[in-house]
Design a binder for this molecule. Structure first.
Ligand SMILES: C[S@@+](CC[C@H](N)C(=O)[O-])C[C@H]1O[C@@H](n2cnc3c(N)ncnc32)[C@H](O)[C@@H]1O
Length: 307
């Protein structure tokens, strides 16, 4: 159960940020490829937006792109380390401001001042009390047509991995002499897509779309939810889609990036070659042509880079 305190400890002191967060884009072929081919297509109908709020920017992996689409950007994170890094990294961006918060509120953001709120690869680690609190705050800070793109945990909706498999992983970790993120990737155990929809309604927001996705494996442990105030121009009945191809999409993007992207934007660390692509610290997707057919297989593959 990642608490607010556990998150602060992990991101302020525990984690080393070896590439400023870019290391997590490895499975997509780097942050540029991940933004342009995976994230931007998902948010482009809301951009540009006069005022953007990013919850939990870390070292600013997505801030770099969001800054181009607004007149005012506000980044809020509970870890002072990331906020200081963002202040240094984006010192030239006069329309950007960064704040350390308490991990659940947005006291530094004025009422009715945010047109687009974005959070990716962060709130997956926070439990329902924190998500509920942020949704209440979003209801306060959104303009009438404000909209939020919130990536969160769906672990509460997933069957647990059988004990025998968890035990096997623990033994493998002992043998290899290192820890892995396990099967749950430090996801919040109390959150799910359904839970977010209910919390949004309690906050006075409407959930208008949910993409339930897999993350570094086959289980649909994550969800990307869109929320908006009642009566906003984006309001519609909720649409829920289960997308078990999210990681296949990542591997495809990473492969294509080798050809279609500026080589300078490709990761300098080993991302995978012509026949296989890393999907994170535990797995790899490989493909093999046999006669006229192409086969892909996802399998375990320990690596150096991990959370
Ligand atoms: C895995 S990092 C991701 C950072 C960034 N979104 C990225 O994709 O590179 C998680 C970030 O979430 C922040 N975080 C975790 N819990 C939070 C909370 N309750 N409120 C605000 N920030 C939080 C951490 O401090 C950290 O910067």
């Amino acid at each position: 159960m990642p608490s607010v305190e556990a998150n602060r400890g992990q991101w302020d002191r525990g984690y080393g940020w070896p590439e400023g967060g870019d290391e997590w884009s490895l499975g997509w072929g780097g942050p540029d490829a991940q933004w342009h081919w995976s994230l931007r297509p998902r948010v482009q109908r809301f951009l540009p937006a006069p005022s953007i709020l990013e919850i939990a920017p870390g070292y600013g992996r997505w801030t770099k792109y969001l800054l181009r689409y607004c007149n005012r950007y506000v980044g809020v994170d509970l870890a002072a380390r990331g906020i200081e890094a963002c202040r240094r990294r984006f010192a030239e961006a006069e329309h950007a401001e960064f704040h350390v918060n308490d991990g659940r509120s947005l006291a530094m953001v004025n009422d009715r001042s945010i047109d687009f709120a974005f959070s990716f690869d962060s709130l997956v680690h926070v439990e329902e009390d924190v998500i509920g609190s942020y949704l209440n705050e979003l209801a306060r800070v959104f303009t009438a047509d404000g909209v939020g793109f919130i990536h969160h945990s769906n672990l509460a909706a997933c069957s647990p991995v059988p004990r025998a498999m968890r035990l096997a992983l623990r033994i493998a970790e002992r043998v290899l002499g290192r820890e892995t993120p396990g099967f749950d990737h430090w996801r919040a155990a109390t959150m799910s897509g359904e839970r977010l929809e209910k919390l949004s309604a309690s906050a006075g927001l409407t959930c208008i779309g949910q993409e339930v996705v897999n993350w570094l494996g086959g289980r649909l442990i994550d969800c990307i939810s869109l929320v908006t105030p009642r009566g906003s121009r984006w309001e519609r009945p909720n649409v829920v889609v289960h997308n078990p191809y999210f990681m296949a999409e990542a591997a495809s993007i990473a492969r294509a990036a080798h050809i279609h992207q500026d080589p300078a934007a490709l990761p300098t660390w080993p991302a995978g070659g012509a026949t296989s692509q890393r999907l994170g610290s535990l797995s790899r997707i490989g493909s093999l042509p046999i006669g006229p057919w192409g086969f892909s297989i996802v399998g375990p593959w320990p690596s150096r880079h991990r959370r």
